[in-house]
Design a protein around this ligand. Structure first.
Ligand code: FES
Length: 238
């Protein structure tokens, strides 16, 4: 309570009744004015409760004082941030994909073995050599005239995996096959078995002199890889 107000109250108490009434009326008027001015400055909370004590969720608080700068400036900042972060993300994604592809691709030593050159002049007639190609053994057989005849004369249509000898060779004297048993992947032994070709000791599969499955559990003929003759004495496998 201010000093003036206190003095006025003291005077009112000490004054005669008529004067006291007038002074009291003046005080009441002042109070009413003060109340009126106070009610105009009331802050309305966005969370105030309206009728039926329900929360008013439609009132939108103003964030004006938190906003800084012009609209153009704000947009420029937003575009810069979006562009910058987008660029960084793209860079990261590119690096990730690149690293993944580099890891998945074949290493230098594997690529070097993608093609293998064989000097056929070093393989005498009637002999086998085994070449390592892409981690697998490849049989190269220099067949004799008798072996070629035997392979040709076989009634191939009745075989488990019917295939004529002519479909398995490019030159009759050279038989080139992947040396992996078609049953479960063992390496068959050359110049053995019941048909003068290859024998797989793992479960007893027999292949003939054309590498065709003739007996035992092997379901298919030995696979023929991709190969080409560069000239009379040079073979390239792969
Ligand atoms: S792996 Fe050759 S016969 Fe089973």
């Amino acid at each position: 309570m201010s000093l003036t107000h206190r003095a006025a109250t003291t005077l009112v108490r000490r004054a005669p009744p008529a004067v006291r009434q007038t002074a009291a009326a003046v005080q009441q008027q002042r109070r009413t004015k003060a109340d009126a001015s106070t009610s105009q400055a009331v802050f309305t909370s966005p969370f105030h409760r309206g009728q039926n004590n329900q929360q008013d969720t439609t009132a939108i608080p103003s964030f004006k004082k938190y906003r800084g700068g012009s609209e153009a400036g704000n947009k420029l900042f937003s575009y810069f941030m979006v562009g910058g972060l987008g660029g960084l993300s793209a860079l990261g994604a590119k690096d990730t994909v690149q690293n993944f592809l580099v890891n998945m691709s074949a290493s230098a030593d594997v690529l070097a073995q993608a093609k293998v050159e064989v000097d056929l002049a070093t393989i005498p007639e009637g002999k086998n050599v085994i070449i390592k190609w892409r981690g697998k053994p490849v049989f190269v057989r220099h067949r004799t005239a008798d072996e070629i005849k035997e392979a040709d004369d076989t009634d191939w249509a009745k075989l488990r995996d019917p295939q004529p000898d002519s479909a398995r060779v490019k030159k009759p004297e050279w038989l080139i096959m992947v040396g992996v048993c078609t049953h479960l992947g063992c390496v068959p032994i050359g110049e053995s078995g019941d048909f003068g070709g290859w024998f797989c000791p793992c479960h007893g599969s027999h292949y003939d002199i054309s590498g065709r499955a003739r007996k035992g559990p092997a379901p298919l003929n030995l696979e023929i890889p991709e190969y080409d003759f560069m000239d009379e004495t040079n073979l390239v496998i792969g």
